[in-house]
Design a binder for this molecule. Structure first.
Ligand code: NAD
Length: 496
């Protein structure tokens, strides 16, 4: 029997107001239904936002170190339950078990890191130009935050948002992806177990249009943090701009790896495989374009193809499998349609390109590792985010051309270069237009203590993760305090 999942509003586990549910399945085997999920609507959103609003003053006034202690306890519980949560992530989202455990580890890292920020949430004291007067800046919470997440990091992305928002004194209504609701529920249970007061964190399940949209538009919501597709992010940006809400979005990528003639070949091949096919290509930072210099092109392609052919596909709970399924039938069809588009555009289908239905995979949504060669930089398969195990290989004659191709794209999340020439890597570091640049490493592997986000159409608003310059800037506003203890009227800027 699938588990009946509930919403969490004002400290109570409740059904959707209309009692409607939908099913959430294992993408490796669609016969396994993991949960019956509340199909919530604007009524549920109203209740959750009211609870968050009511809880806000007391949570704002709770000392930040005490707020941090809750996160510390969250981290401790996550550590104890890492294996169980990793296995759930694998069953619900499909990524192989090593990566699923990594997803939970990222959540652990963020919870510990933000717990510590509770004792470092400092502003500044700044000298005043007048005697007997002091001035300081303090961080204050924004208020009620809506947090909307995708499915590809079912534990890590939610905690990237929840931990700093809660630490900073905000209250939250969390609307997770409809594709990964069970992981989201376990996470909220852990916050409850860690002693978070009712109303500070509220969970409302459901779909984008019926639950996400009313949440973003709700007049009592002060800020929106969104990770997901570019199309949805841009819609939400418009709503938030007209309603003067704090807003951040992190969306898609079309991330390049440049491989220069002097690259360490073995390292570059390993990095390209991990970037292109890790998480079945379903990472915002996946390497979906490999830009290869002419001199290394043939030898690179031979080795990359040989290794890609050997990738084992299947249910990620089996540790011998290296690549799991595509999240949903809709996404599976989208990836297959891009494989057709690539061929129609005149690129060469060099490897893969088919649905994979061998053995146990017959009931899941699996696609072979797919390599396109003879790709022109302006083809749709080289410009649009596919979000599957499909990589486009593009030739370049020199570094300048490679960087131009890398940058000639609407996205700007992550970019990498493999070269042993310090000058070439320095030029790439300077000229690649992306939020994250990796030298002699793949496009994936961000660490939580640094800000994370992209340029151009990928991101808007303050960055996630990290501390100052990252998440703390998103979840707090600056308040400036002047205190005059002269006992007389002092006028700034006015000559005596
Ligand atoms: P999606 O945009 O379809 O959905 C994301 C979330 O938005 C879900 O919770 C969904 O229910 C909700 N949503 C959908 N329509 C909405 C609406 N009209 N109003 C409010 N909420 C709405 O994206 P997805 O398929 O879940 O995730 C894949 C995308 O996420 C990819 O484009 C990927 O690149 C991106 N992503 C980006 C990052 C990053 O940090 N840059 C990280 C992970 C994933």
């Amino acid at each position: 029997m699938p588990e009946t999942i509930k919403n969490y509003i004002n400290g109570e586990w409740v059904d959707a107001s209309q009692g409607k549910t939908f099913e959430c399945c294992n993408p490796a085997d669609h016969r396994e239904v993991l949960g019956l999920i509340p199909d919530s609507d604007s009524d549920d959103i109203d209740k959750a936002v009211s609870a968050a609003r009511a809880a806000f003053p007391a949570w704002r006034d709770t000392p930040a170190p005490k707020r941090g202690e809750v996160l510390y306890r969250v981290a401790e519980i996550l550590v104890k339950r890492k294996k169980e949560l990793g296995e759930l992530c694998c069953r619900e989202m499909g990524k192989v078990i090593a990566e699923s455990l990594g997803d939970v580890q990222e959540a652990i890292d963020m919870a510990y890191y933000m717990a510590g920020e509770g004792r470092r949430l400092q502003g500044e004291t700044i000298p005043s130009e007048l005697p007997c007067k002091d001035a300081k800046s303090v961080r204050v919470p924004v208020g009620v935050f809506a947090q909307i997440t995708p499915w590809n990091f079912p534990t890590a992305i939610p905690i990237w948002k929840l931990a700093p928002a809660i630490l900073c004194g905000n209250t939250v209504v969390f609307k997770p992806s409809e594709e990964s609701p069970v992981c989201a529920t376990r996470l909220v249970e852990i916050f409850e177990e860690a002693g978070l007061p009712p109303g500070v964190l509220n969970l409302v399940h459901g779909f984008g249009e019926s639950a996400g949209d009313p949440l973003v538009r709700h007049p009592e919501v002060d800020g929106v943090s969104f990770t997901g597709s570019n199309a949805v992010g841009e819609q939400l940006a418009v709503i938030c701009a007209t309603q003067h809400k704090e807003f951040m979005m992190e969306t898609g990528g079309k991330n390049p790896i440049i491989i220069m003639d002097d690259a360490n070949l073995e390292l570059a091949v390993e990095g390209a495989l991990w970037g292109a096919f890790g998480t079945t290509g379903q990472r915002c930072t996946a390497a979906s374009r490999l830009i290869i210099q002419d001199g290394i092109y043939d030898v690179f392609l031979k080795s990359f193809t040989e290794k890609a052919t050997k990738i084992t596909i299947g249910n990620g709970l089996n540790t011998k499998n290296q690549m799991g399924p595509i999240i949903s039938t809709e996404q599976y069809e989208k990836v297959l349609s891009y494989i057709e588009i690539g061929q129609k555009e005149g690129a060469t289908l060099h490897l893969g390109g088919n649905a994979y239905k061998e053995g146990d995979c017959a009931h899941g949504t699996f696609i072979e590792p797919t390599i396109f060669t003879n790709v022109k930089p302006d083809m749709r398969i080289a410009q649009e985010e596919i979000f599957g195990p499909v990589v486009s290989i593009i030739r370049a004659s020199d570094l300048g051309m490679a960087i131009e191709i890398a940058n000639d794209i609407q996205f700007g999340l992550s970019a990498a270069i493999y070269s042993q020439d310090v000058n070439q890597t320095a030029i790439a570091e300077r000229d690649l237009d992306a939020g994250l640049v990796y030298i002699n490493a793949s496009t994936i592997g961000a660490e939580i203590q640094l800000p994370f986000g992209g340029t151009k159409h990928t991101g808007a608003g303050p960055r996630e993760a990290g501390g100052r310059g990252g998440a703390l800037d998103l979840y707090t506003k600056w308040k400036i305090i002047y205190r005059d203890f002269s006992g007389r009227l002092q006028k700034a800027q006015i000559d005596d």
